[in-house]
Design a protein around this ligand. Structure first.
Ligand code: FE2
Length: 429
C-alpha cells in the first residue's frame, strides 16, 4: 500500500497517461497503469503533472511592503532605492517575518516549493537575516528557502558591509552575493567581485551576484565574474543575476563573452517582470527591453533560470508569486515562441532553477522527492498560456494546497480548451 498515487498524468516531457506512486516522501513508481493501491489517490484526468516551480531570485525582506511608507510614484528603479532607504529604519524582525511568511504561503499555493532569496546585509543589525533564518525552519515542511548575503548598498560603498556580510555568512546564509555595478567605480566593482568570489571559495559557498543591472553596454562585470569563477575553480557554482546590460552590449563583444560564460559554467538568472519594467527608462524610441539574452544564452548551453525578484515592494507593485506568470512574460519579451523555446521557458521556472539551488531529489523520477504540482492544463504550452490553475500542490507525498478548477472546457475541431468563464447568455435572460 503506497501513501499516494496520482493517476493518469501527462508529464512535462510529453509522456501521457502515467501513474505516479509516492511512498515515505519519495517517488516510488512512474508507470502507466500502476497496479498498487494507496491511502490517497488523485485522478489527474490527463492533466499535466510537473515537479514544483522554483523561484531562483527573490527578495523576501522587502516583499509585501507596497505603499509603506508611500508608493513609488514614478515606478522607477532609483525611486525604488530611495523608498527602500526610507522604509529600512522602520523594519522589525516581526514585520519582516510576517510578510515573508505570507509570501511563502502564496508561493506554495502556486506550486513554488523552493525560493532563493537575497537578504540585505547592509543593515548592521542584521534583523532580516535573523528573522528569515528563523522562518526558514518554520516553513521547511512546505517550502525550501535558500539565502544570499546581499550587500544592497555596495560591498565597498557601504563601510560596514564587508563585516556584516561575513557575520551573515557565519549565521548560516549559504550564498555570497554582490552588486558590482553599484560600487563607486567600475574598478571597485571588479575588485568586489574578486573579493567576494575568494570569500565563497574559502568557505565552500555558492555565489549569486546582482550583476550589470543597467542599460549600460559598457557595464561588463559578468566578464570579471566569469574570469574569477574559472580562476578559483568555482565552475557551476556561480550565478549572474539580471545581466541586463548584455541586452545593450555590442554583438561582436557578446560573441566572445557567451562562450567564456559557457566554459566557466556560469548560471544566469533573468527576472523578466522587473527587467521589462525597470530597464530602458532613459530611452525614447526605440525602447530597449532590458532583459538579458535568454535565448542566445540557452542556445550556448548555459543554464538559465527565471526569478520573480520583487512583489508588491518599492520596485514592483504587481505579482502574485506565480512562476507561470514569470515564464509567460519571459517568453514574450525574449520572443521564445518556437516549440523547443516554449519548453525551455518552462525549464527556466522548474529544473534549471533546481540546478542553481542544488536541490536534492528534484524531479519526477523514482527516488526523487514526492513533490509535484497537478496543473489544469494538458501540456506545457497550455500551462503557460493559461497560467494554469494549480489543482493540487503535493509536498513529500501530502497535499498542501488545492484550488478550484476553472469552470469549463470548450471542444472545437477535435481539440479541447480550458476556459475560465461560462458564456451562455440564454441561461441568464
Ligand atoms: Fe534582485
Amino acid at each position: 500500500m503506497l501513501d499516494l498515487i496520482v493517476r493518469n498524468a501527462n508529464l512535462p516531457d510529453g509522456r501521457k497517461g502515467f501513474d505516479i506512486g509516492v511512498q515515505d516522501g519519495r517517488i516510488a513508481e512512474v508507470v502507466p497503469n500502476l497496479e498498487a493501491r494507496a491511502h490517497k489517490e488523485i485522478d489527474a484526468g490527463g492533466c499535466l503533472v510537473t515537479p514544483p516551480f522554483v523561484d531562483s531570485h527573490f527578495h523576501l525582506d522587502s516583499t509585501l511592503t507596497y505603499g509603506n511608507p508611500r508608493v513609488n510614484r514614478s515606478g522607477t528603479l532609483l525611486e525604488g532605492i530611495d523608498l527602500w532607504g526610507e522604509l529600512k529604519p522602520s523594519l522589525t524582525a516581526e514585520n519582516i517575518k510576517a510578510r515573508a511568511r505570507e509570501l511563502c504561503r502564496w508561493a506554495a499555493a502556486h506550486g513554488t516549493l523552493a525560493i532563493r532569496s537575497h537578504v540585505d546585509v547592509s543593515d548592521e543589525r542584521l534583523i532580516g537575516v535573523q528573522a528569515l533564518l528563523e522562518l526558514k525552519g518554520e516553513v521547511k515542511p512546505y517550502i525550501d528557502l535558500q539565502f544570499v548575503a546581499f550587500p544592497q548598498d555596495g560591498y565597498f560603498r557601504h563601510p560596514s558591509a564587508p563585516a556584516s556580510l561575513r557575520r551573515a555568512l557565519d549565521m548560516g546564509l549559504e550564498v555570497v552575493g554582490g552588486i558590482p555595478h553599484f560600487e563607486r567605480t567600475s574598478a571597485l566593482g571588479a575588485e568586489s567581485i574578486a573579493a567576494l568570489c575568494e570569500l565563497a571559495a574559502e568557505r565552500g559557498l555558492l555565489v549569486d551576484m546582482h550583476c550589470d543591472e543597467s542599460d549600460d553596454p559598457m557595464s561588463r562585470h559578468i566578464e570579471t565574474l566569469t574570469y574569477h569563477t574559472q580562476r578559483l575553480g568555482l565552475e557551476g557554482r556561480v550565478t549572474g543575476s539580471h545581466l541586463t546590460s548584455m541586452h545593450s552590449m555590442d554583438n561582436y563583444y557578446v560573441s566572445k563573452l557567451i562562450p567564456l560564460m559557457a566554459e566557466a559554467r556560469v548560471n544566469v538568472v533573468a527576472n523578466p517582470l522587473i527587467n521589462i519594467t525597470l530597464q530602458g527608462r532613459h530611452d525614447t524610441y526605440p525602447k530597449r527591453r532590458g532583459m538579458t539574452r535568454v535565448k542566445e544564452l540557452m542556445e550556448a548551453g548555459i543554464n538559465v533560470a527565471f526569478g520573480h525578484d520583487a512583489l508588491m515592494d518599492p520596485w514592483y507593485s504587481f505579482g502574485s508569486q506565480d512562476m507561470l506568470e514569470v515564464a509567460h512574460m519571459a517568453l514574450h519579451v525574449a520572443q521564445m515562441t518556437g516549440v523547443e523555446e516554449i519548453k525551455r521557458t518552462f525549464d527556466a521556472v522548474t529544473t534549471n532553477g533546481a540546478r542553481i539551488l542544488g536541490l536534492e531529489g528534484y524531479g519526477l523520477e523514482p527516488g526523487c522527492r514526492g513533490d509535484m504540482v497537478v496543473l489544469q492544463a494538458s501540456d506545457i504550452h497550455e500551462a503557460i498560456r493559461l497560467r494554469a490553475t494549480r489543482l493540487f500542490v503535493i509536498r513529500r507525498g501530502a497535499i498542501i494546497a488545492q484550488s478550484w478548477p476553472r469552470v469549463s472546457r470548450v471542444e472545437l475541431n477535435g481539440k479541447s480548451f480550458e476556459v475560465d468563464f461560462r458564456f451562455n447568455p440564454e441561461d441568464w435572460r
